[in-house]
Design a protein around this ligand. Structure first.
Ligand code: PLP
Length: 383
């Protein structure tokens, strides 16, 4: 097993783990890359460090979850009620640099516990890239083979990280549903384990058991709104369910790229009891928005929805990077842009929490590349 020993707190999940252990579990503290971390709960991953200078995570696996909540109120629009706070959960500090480490940890653990996943097996996962990277990373940690299926939209950086973990990568042609490919491969290879993230109940469960409780504890139960875009719907379903169980007044708001079918489906479902599927449109933000409704998505927890354009999402990425020093992925820009819009509409004090699902380094060739932005006619507005 890999052991990590370090004394210098730097950026990344490990730096945060150190910060947690060095400063204790309560009170505001500095996040490794800037902003304020509020009331962070004790981490099971923090283990039993006994005040020694050296902090050791006994396995790399333990660094998943317990990500900081960063105060990003500075990005709120002018005129926003002064009592509104905006916080963003830095999910890119997970070891695989995305929130998907959480779901894959739970999916692996569940499948191992009930015997569906056994030593020597191959794991197959269809993914827009982050679940693929998390699967490949966990497979490497645990000694499984991994086959990851994605499509041409997946950034070169995400593709390269999947193969860097030793997984086999298959890129499906445009128009082919990568989930169908996963099912087909699992049928053809009966001893393979199919992750099935879009329908796997262990996906929303992971967020119900970890992300939701972390947000509740980190805000001291003061969260009033949670904003997240969806792909599988695992994040919004799991976090939304948990937060509403703690306080039914918490508002769950889904951000959605223009062109995704979620918005009209939710709107018609709410108005008539039957969701209507629009013809899907094209959008460039990766990892969120869909052309169908996944089984893991529960629209029952969603109180409101906000649509965001590619350009506004990428403009917020630029703002976060250049004005806050936070290099986050396109869906983080989308989530924060929707949160800023929501915050501006509130008439009294509120604690708006959103999530930054992955790291901007995964999109240097796109979201942070002026040529790609100009070629796709989505160059950010001036800050
Ligand atoms: C970059 C990114 N953001 C957000 C999400 C949405 O998460 P969920 O699948 O929990 O709805 C994903 C999922 O693939 C993603 O890759």
């Amino acid at each position: 097993m890999l052991k990590l020993a370090t004394v210098a707190a730097g950026a990344g999940a490990l730096g945060y783990l150190l910060a947690k252990q060095q400063h204790g579990s309560t009170g505001a503290k500095r996040c490794p890359f800037g902003g304020t971390v509020s009331n962070v709960a004790d981490s099971p991953a923090a283990g039993s460090a006994s005040g020694s200078e050296e902090v050791i995570a006994s396995t790399y696996f333990e660094l998943i979850g317990n990500t900081p909540l960063v105060d990003i109120t500075a990005v709120a629009a002018a005129g926003t009620h002064p009592g509104v706070r905006l916080y963003a959960k830095a999910e890119f500090l997970n070891p695989g640099l995305s929130t998907k480490d959480r779901i894959m940890r739970n999916i692996f653990e569940k499948a191992e516990a009930d015997g569906r996943l056994k030593p020597g097996m191959t794991i197959v996962a269809a993914s827009s890239g982050n679940t693929g990277a998390a699967t490949a990373m966990l497979a490497a940690m645990k000694g499984y083979q991994a086959v990851i299926i994605t499509n041409a939209k997946c950034s070169a950086e995400k593709c390269a990280s999947i193969t860097a973990y030793g997984a086999r990568l298959i890129i499906t042609p445009t128009g082919v549903d990568y989930m169908e490919e996963e099912y087909k491969m699992a049928r053809e290879n009966p001893d393979w384990f199919s992750v099935d993230q879009y329908n796997n109940a262990a996906n929303p469960e992971a967020h119900y058991q970890s992300t939701g409780p972390e947000i509740w504890a980190q805000t001291g139960g003061k969260v009033t709104h949670f904003v997240a875009a969806g792909s599988t719907g695992g994040t919004i379903t799991g976090v939304g369910k948990y937060l509403k169980e703690q306080n039914p007044a918490v508002q769950i708001v889904m951000s959605d790229p223009n062109g995704s079918v979620f918005y009209n489906f939710w709107k018609t479902l709410k108005a008539t009891g039957t969701g209507v599927l629009d013809k899907p449109g094209k959008f460039l933000v990766e990892g969120v928005g869909k052309n169908n409704i996944p089984g893991a998505m529960d629209f029952g927890v969603v109180d409101d929805m906000i649509q965001v354009s590619d350009k506004d999402s990428f403009t917020m990425c630029k703002r976060l990077a250049e004005a806050e020093g936070i290099l986050a992925g396109g869906s983080s820009g989308l989530n924060v842009a929707a949160s800023v819009q929501l915050a501006a509409s509130l008439t009294g004090p509120a604690v708006v929490v959103t999530t930054m699902p992955d790291l901007g380094v995964k999109y240097l060739s796109k979201v942070y590349n002026s040529k790609w932005l100009a070629d796709n006619n989505v160059a950010p507005s001036n800050l």
